[in-house]
Design a protein around this ligand. Structure first.
Ligand code: HEC
Length: 149
């Protein structure tokens, strides 16, 4: 009897371990389609005004943490992006981020998305909002997309 209980317990553990593994795998397969930003995070208003000081602070952090992928001017052509063969948006094009709220950007920068790992607790919320303000400042009014190669 005792042994029977142990065997059952072991089987249950094994099943859990296997299904947990499968669950972990699932998002990786369809990451882009699965990615959901909670509505309350989308609606979060940006509490930091896009002052020159905020944008300058965002630019500084961007230079350290983001430019290697998103490119020095936000063109999406950083060295690491090239190495990883990432296709990134060009933030100089106002169309790139127009369908995203500041809350969406904050959420992605904090939590990461796909091949991008988030800032997590490395940056204080205000620092992330500075990054959001900086990204918005990269959009160029009369931007014309470079010809596709
Ligand atoms: C390792 C390369 C890498 C680094 C470093 C990185 N990102 Fe990203 N980022 C990506 C990729 C790849 C995506 C697209 C993810 C997807 O849609 O699956 C992305 C998406 C985003 C998005 C969503 C809009 C979009 O372009 O699709 C924002 C906003 C963003 N990154 C901001 C930042 C900021 C700010 C930093 C620095 C704190 C940063 N990223 C650092 C690779 C990177």
């Amino acid at each position: 009897m005792r042994i029977g209980v142990r065997v059952v317990a072991a089987l249950v553990l094994l099943c859990c371990a296997v299904s947990a593994r499968q669950e972990q795998k699932a998002p990786a397969a369809g990451a882009a389609a699965e990615y959901k930003i909670p509505p309350e995070a989308s609606k979060l208003p940006n509490p930091v005004k896009a002052t020159p000081a905020s944008i300058a602070a965002g630019k500084k952090t961007y230079g350290f943490d983001c430019a290697m992928c998103h490119g020095k001017d936000g063109d999406g052509k950083g060295d690491l992006a090239a190495d990883m063969k990432l296709k990134l948006l060009d933030y100089r094009d106002p169309a790139s981020l127009k369908d995203m709220t500041d809350g969406d950007l904050f959420y992605i920068i904090k939590n990461g998305k796909g091949d991008m790992s988030g800032e997590g607790d490395r940056s204080k919320p205000d620092e992330i909002w500075n990054l959001v303000n900086y990204l918005r400042s990269l959009a160029q009014k009369n931007f014309t997309a470079p010809a596709k190669q």
